[in-house]
Design a protein around this ligand. Sequence first.
Ligand SMILES: NC(=O)c1ccc[n+]([C@@H]2O[C@H](COP(=O)([O-])OP(=O)(O)OC[C@H]3O[C@@H](n4cnc5c(N)ncnc54)[C@H](OP(=O)(O)O)[C@@H]3O)[C@@H](O)[C@H]2O)c1
Length: 432
Amino acid sequence: MQSVNIGILGLGTVGSGVYELLGKNGDLISTRSDVVVTVKMVADVDPSKKKEYSIPDNIFSVEASDVIENPDIDVVVELIGGTTVARELMLKALRKGKHVVTANKALLAEHGKEIFGTALANNVNLGYEASVGGGIPIIKTIREALVGNVIHRVMGILNGTSNFILTKMTREGIDFDSALRIAQELGFAEADPTLDISGGDAQHKIVILASLAFNTAIDMQHVYVEGVEHIERRDMQYADELGFVLKLLAHAERMDDGVLVKVHPTLVPRDNPLAAISWEDNAIMVYSDFLGKSMYYGKGAGKRPTASAVVADIVDISQRISCGAECDRAHYSFTQELPQLPFDRSRSRYYLRFFVLDRPGILSKISGILGDNDISIASVIQKETEEERQHVPLVMMTHKAHEAHITRAIEAIDRLPEVEGKSRIIRVIDGE
Ligand SMILES: NC(=O)c1ccc[n+]([C@@H]2O[C@H](COP(=O)([O-])OP(=O)(O)OC[C@H]3O[C@@H](n4cnc5c(N)ncnc54)[C@H](OP(=O)(O)O)[C@@H]3O)[C@@H](O)[C@H]2O)c1
């Protein structure tokens, strides 16, 4: 049986999970895969981690370079996070001819071209299953199970924190701030939740998925991103009455002339399987030409699910080392240069909510502006409000329209003297 030596950088949530998993299930892994994975070295800047996770003295270091420089280590497992130190260490390891496994979505989304390029140039493998969807094997699915399919669209709930908050708001009728506070108390949101609630984390993940699905380098800067931080409970209630559930969806679509990638709150019809994905769970739907629609669901983060995905990559690479196979270039080569399309090319149905003076004629003014912009209305509901205010909520669902037309129409509607504040636009999931 071939023995493969690994070195772990960072013994935090995920790193400690990987160490524990290999300790607990190492024999099972050897039986199943015919390789012995040995943790040769572990590095963390915090020396107290050695005692906390019972790491033997002779394999612990506070210096990451002890792992990178160790000639006996075949695979470096980067679990430090961030885009600065981790980037330098990863590039160094790849240039030294070491295979790398990482869960670092921010780094791959921002510097993927450089990192994948360096792995290719040095003929080593780069495993990144854990960077998207935590324990859900979506990278392996796209690159292996769907290798014979043209992928048209990848869409999913990729951030557990925002999904937890939205589920809490929907089920318990509480506002965003209260739901966020509860998520923080339960450990589903960080003390600084910005990256999760602003859509930035989902942006990182959809960039990785779209790059893989369409074999093209996706530029983060050209991804439209809108988070959940301004979602109001009232819109969830109205959407519920119309048969929809509100989710933060990340979406990548191959169009005739390029790729459109976006992250935003989306209304999902109650009978769509994505509507049932609740709390901190994640799910990804992939639309491809031969398999058709398929969906992958599970825990999108956390110590054990993420460690499970990291270990799967370690074993995969170990088996390749054991067979003497060179790296599989197609797994991360950007063979196409597809243009990234602007968000105003997007097309969907829309939920629109205005606050209007309860006066005759206002409805025809608004529908006139929508009509002038090629937007046709599917339904209108005027809501009563218990609040003491002059303006009443007016909710409209449109048929499919262009984002550019909606933007123009809403700007005009918001300028009407009878309309109070900024109107709310929520996109509705595209038809099947
Ligand atoms: N947590 C999850 O559920 C999850 C899920 C999917 C992907 N990920 C990704 O996995 C990676 C790790 O996340 P995590 O949650 O495990 O982070 P974490 O708990 O903060 O762990 C990172 C560890 O690395 C240590 N560290 C920092 N700089 C170091 C250096 N120069 N050399 C060695 N060790 C260093 C940190 O020590 P100090 O704390 O003392 O700085 C900490 O112990 C990130 O890229 C994250 O995005 C995490």
